[in-house]
Ligand binder design. Structure first.
Ligand code: AMP
Length: 554
């Protein structure tokens, strides 16, 4: 076995890629390959088997999709007959959908020559067989179970397969897909190239490596636990409970925080407290916590990534991207509910294009701080982490600050001195709205949301599988309406806004109110990536906002 470190200085243009592929890469805004892409693409183009150890967010989809597309384009030049040349296996339907969408983006300039099809959502009937034969895909994306069904039913043949990709291999194995996977391997021609991607190299994965890979190059991506200061800026604002509420209201309502934002709190109740509070100002938010069914969480994150809504309120008492369901091998055990292993988890479905993380509650320790702020500044993107810190939370912040400094004297979590007196006018409405969210209202909202999401997941699942477009209408940021609505709260009269904020919010001198329909998620949507680009104008990120308090500029 050969071990190679993921180190190279290649650019996409040096990789002898087809012009159409290079154009698609440029269109995606990928100016240079990620570390794993630099290492894996040339090796895969050479025909080597590869084992990639990298987590979601490292650009591993591109690392295997780009060579697949290039190899298919090469094969097509030789005028060979049409066949399925690549099979990508991933553990969950949502992940298959995401991979297929990524391949579609990369083939946008050569879509006639390279077609990809995600068959993980489908049934196995006659209609599907004809669809595959009509569309004549070159690449099939599927879960191992669905791939096996289609193979058994002769909906597809893989006797001309050239490349096999096994994504999230560790999870495929831990989800009980091992037998399906081994059965799929038997349908493949003896000679083919394989790549296996996994977040961990457990014993199971090592065993699978022996089974599926031949003399693989092992690429291990050792990543720092957090983005460097050049990418991720940390701020804190000293504020007590009701002040935190005022600041959040001002930041969100006046769009002083732009781009996608995750607001973290410490408990599930606090998620609903914040949601109901912001609801009164017509600021739509989506709640994410481990109490909600995993499929609902998965769908919420996918919709957030697609740009359907901009604000998620999350509590991290459990890792939201980890499965909380028993592996499928437990199915059939007495007393255990049968879980849908293909839809049930959000692992691999990662938050994308998050511009800001706001710690409404300061996390309880260093690890959760790092985990939270790691949701932004992914890849080569920039991000901001803004923590609201009460006097009681101050020692925790000092502990995190000391850890982040790592012995240096540089301040890492910079003070962002929000001038409360400038937003005095907002304080009264914020206080009223905050106090209106009683404990009973929170309980009611929590129950209502769980009932709603369970209904969505269980009862409507079959329907939505058949009608995927209708799934879009299943939003997770709907108002819960358990607090009595005060219509005047949705608007912000101009006299409330101090001159400094008017400038920062980009408001002209003409009279206007910040109306409910200013809020995102209510109307037309820009594509997710375009929204992320808008973060460049994010006052928080650009520190323009520090005009609000010049002292914060360092
Ligand atoms: P992945 O790890 O494949 O799920 O990718 C995570 C995110 O990184 C996706 O949103 C990709 O669009 C993005 N991405 C992948 N490769 C690059 C690149 N070379 N430059 C910038 N972004 C990238």
């Amino acid at each position: 076995m050969e071990e190679e470190q993921a180190e190279s200085t290649l650019q996409f243009h040096d990789m002898e890629l087809d012009e159409r592929l290079l154009k698609a890469i440029a269109k995606l805004g990928w100016t240079e390959p990620s570390a794993i892409q630099e290492a894996a693409i040339p090796l895969m183009l050479e025909g080597r088997d590869v084992l990639i150890k990298a987590r979601t967010g490292s650009g591993k989809t591109g690392a295997f999709a780009i060579p697949i597309i290039q190899k298919i384009l090469n094969a097509k030049q030789g005028a060979t007959e049409q066949a399925i040349r690549a099979l990508v296996l991933a553990p969950f339907r949502e992940l298959c959908k995401q991979i297929n969408a990524n391949i579609a983006q990369l083939t946008c300039k050569c879509s006639k020559d390279v077609k990809s099809m995600d068959v993980s959502q489908w049934d196995t009937g006659e209609a599907q067989r004809s669809l595959i034969s009509i569309q004549q895909p070159d690449i099939i994306v599927a879960t191992p179970a669905k791939a096996l069904m289609h193979l058994k039913n002769k909906n597809m043949v893989l006797d001309q397969l050239e490349i096999l990709i096994i994504d999230e291999a560790d999870h495929i194995l831990s989800s009980g897909y091992e037998e399906d996977l081994k059965a799929v391997l038997k349908y493949l021609p003896k000679v083919h190239q394989s790549a296996l991607a996994s977040a961990t190299l457990s014993d199971d994965v090592t065993e699978l490596k022996r089974l599926a890979l031949r003399r693989p190059a092992v690429l291990k991506l050792e990543e720092p636990e957090m983005a460097p200061a050049s990418q991720l800026t940390h701020y804190h604002i000293g504020a007590e409970e009701e002040e935190k509420a005022v600041i959040l209201y001002v930041l969100l309502k006046l769009h002083l925080v732009r781009g996608k934002t995750i607001v973290f709190v410490n408990t599930v109740d606090r998620c609903y407290k914040l949601k109901l509070y912001l609801e009164q100002f017509n600021i739509p938010t989506c709640v994410l916590n481990s109490e909600l069914p995993a499929a609902a969480r998965c769908h919420s994150v996918a919709q957030f990534n697609e740009g359907l809504y901009d604000i998620i309120i999350a509590s991290d008492e459990k890792n939201l991207e980890q499965p909380d369901e028993a592996p499928s091998t437990s199915k059939g055990k007495k007393g255990t509910r049968k879980k849908d292993k293909e839809a049930g988890v959000s692992r691999g479905i990662d938050f994308q294009f998050v511009s800001n993380v706001i710690n409404f509650d300061f996390p309880k320790d260093i690890k959760p701080y790092i985990h939270r702020v790691g949701r932004t500044a992914r890849g080569k993107n920039k991000g901001t982490a803004l923590s609201f810190v009460s006097i009681n939370e101050r020692p925790l912040m000092e502990k995190v600050e000391e850890y982040l400094r790592g012995g240096s004297n540089e301040t890492v979590i910079k003070a962002f001195q929000f001038k409360m007196e400038e937003v005095e006018g907002f304080r009264y409405r914020a206080r009223d709205a905050w106090r209106a969210v009683t404990r009973i209202a929170v309980r009611e909202a929590r129950l209502k949301e769980i009932k709603q999401e369970i209904f969505n997941c269980e009862k409507l699942k079959t329907f939505f599988e058949d009608n995927p477009k209708d799934l879009q209408s299943l939003r997770h940021d709907k108002a819960l309406h358990v607090v009595k609505k005060m219509p005047h709260m949705a608007d912000v009269p101009e006299y409330l806004v101090p001159p400094t904020l008017k400038r920062l919010a980009g408001i002209s001198s003409r009279r206007r109110k910040w109306r409910s329909d200013d809020a995102k998620g209510s109307g037309r949507q820009k594509p997710a990536e375009a929204k992320f680009q808008a973060k460049r104008r994010n006052p928080l990120l650009s520190m323009e906002f520090s005009g609000f308090s010049k002292k914060t500029k360092k």
